[in-house]
Design a protein around this ligand. Structure first.
Ligand code: FNR
Length: 353
């Protein structure tokens, strides 16, 4: 179907499934074991309800915000996904260009298909990019990577801590996909804190965020280790099946931090990813305390199916969908991102499975 008939992020997935080479589809879409966590990531949002405030003037609505102090046109960033060229010969630079066009931030994966420098070179002057880091057993390799990233102006380092080894992705195994590499570099991170410390000793100026935190205890360790933030993520359900959705973990972390007088936590940003497909999902996450959310697969599907136009359109949909966002913020009674507050969501069903 023509791109103009694509109305939401789910549509891209359905089309990508039809037209992508089976191996590429298997790699992008697969998740661990029975793929329950992958489904739950999205389903969890359906257990959160809104409590809109209607007696307000909502003529003007603004959903731009900041991530680590950098302006973004919406509280969404492009998360790191390995092997971008499986879906399209140009790979990750398609995401870079779309991010520039729509004023959002891209996280560059360690295991990108394009070279790191190609991705940085594809950016517009002043365009903010983050880097996702798998810590190599050989710390010197990691050190060089990080120093290079820092030199190239990377504004945040997202260290993935949920992948001491690769999850079991059967769809992918059936395809006997051989170049597989979410974690090909032997990334064992023994303790998130240790890794953060080891790295922070030489790249002080670049904020450090741990990606893949899944309970409040580890969130607290990250805070105590003076990380700049965390991503509550289960790697898109690709690692430990039956781990909880990021949005459920967010509820837990904020509750426990509040109990300890640690919330709000201005110098420690919390992001979540996994299953975010609608502007309303984003609003729920923001209401519950997230600074921003990451989106992965839908963007891969969008460019795999339609190239540059596809990924541009995916972001346009989110923006319209952020028209949808504009509409939903009006309906919710929030004029700015700051006005999207916990009282606007009813999470009582969230943790009942
Ligand atoms: C990923 N993800 C990921 N994360 C990471 O830290 N390093 C990586 O190399 C990859 N690679 C990767 C490949 C593919 C194909 C997918 C789908 C995902 C996880 C990613 O950053 C993010 O956590 C999830 O993709 C978010 O879930 P959704 O939006 O895909 O549902």
């Amino acid at each position: 179907p023509p791109l103009s008939e694509i109305l939401n992020l789910h549509d891209f997935e359905a089309i990508a499934k039809e037209i992508m080479p089976p191996k590429a589809w298997a790699y992008y879409s697969s998740a661990a074991d029975d793929e329950i966590t992958n489904r739950e990531n999205h389903l969890a949002y359906q257990r959160i309800w809104f409590r809109p405030r209607v007696l307000r003037d909502v003529t003007h609505v603004d959903w731009s915000t900041k991530i680590l102090g950098h302006k973004t046109s919406m509280p969404i960033y492009i998360t790191a996904t390995a092997l971008g060229k499986l879906g399209h010969p140009e790979g990750e630079v398609l995401l870079t260009r779309a991010a520039a066009k729509h004023g959002i931030i891209q996280m560059i994966p360690t295991l990108a298909s394009c070279s790191f420098d190609d991705i940085v070179n594809a950016a517009q002057p002043g365009q903010v990019q983050f880097m996702q880091l798998y810590v190599n057993k050989d710390r010197d390799i990691t050190k060089r990577l990080v120093q290079h990233a820092e030199k190239r102006g990377i504004k945040g380092l997202f260290i993935t801590v949920d992948a001491p080894q690769l999850g079991r992705r059967e769809k992918d195994m059936r395809m006997k996909f051989e170049g597989d590499a979410d974690v090909q570099v032997g990334t064992a991170v023994d303790r998130s804190q240790g890794a953060a410390r080891a790295i922070s000793s030489f790249i002080d100026p670049v904020p450090i965020i741990l990606k893949g935190i899944q309970c409040w205890e580890d969130a607290l360790m990250a805070l105590e280790a003076k990380c700049d933030g965390i991503v509550l993520s289960n790697h898109g359900g690709r690692q430990l099946d039956m781990s909880r959705s990021g949005i459920e973990v967010l509820e837990e972390v904020v509750t426990k931090f509040k109990e300890r007088g640690l919330w709000p936590c201005p110098k420690f940003e919390i992001y979540i990813d996994g299953g975010v497909r609608r502007a309303t999902d984003v609003l729920k996450a923001v209401a519950m305390g997230a600074t921003a959310v990451g989106i992965g697969r839908p963007f891969l599907y969008a460019y795999s199916a339609y190239g540059q136009d596809g990924i541009n359109q995916a972001l346009q949909i989110l923006k319209e969908s952020f028209d949808e966002m504009e509409m939903n913020m009006r309906l919710l009674g929030a004029r700015t991102i700051e006005e999207v507050v916990p009282e606007m969501v009813d999470t009582r069903s969230l943790c009942s499975h």
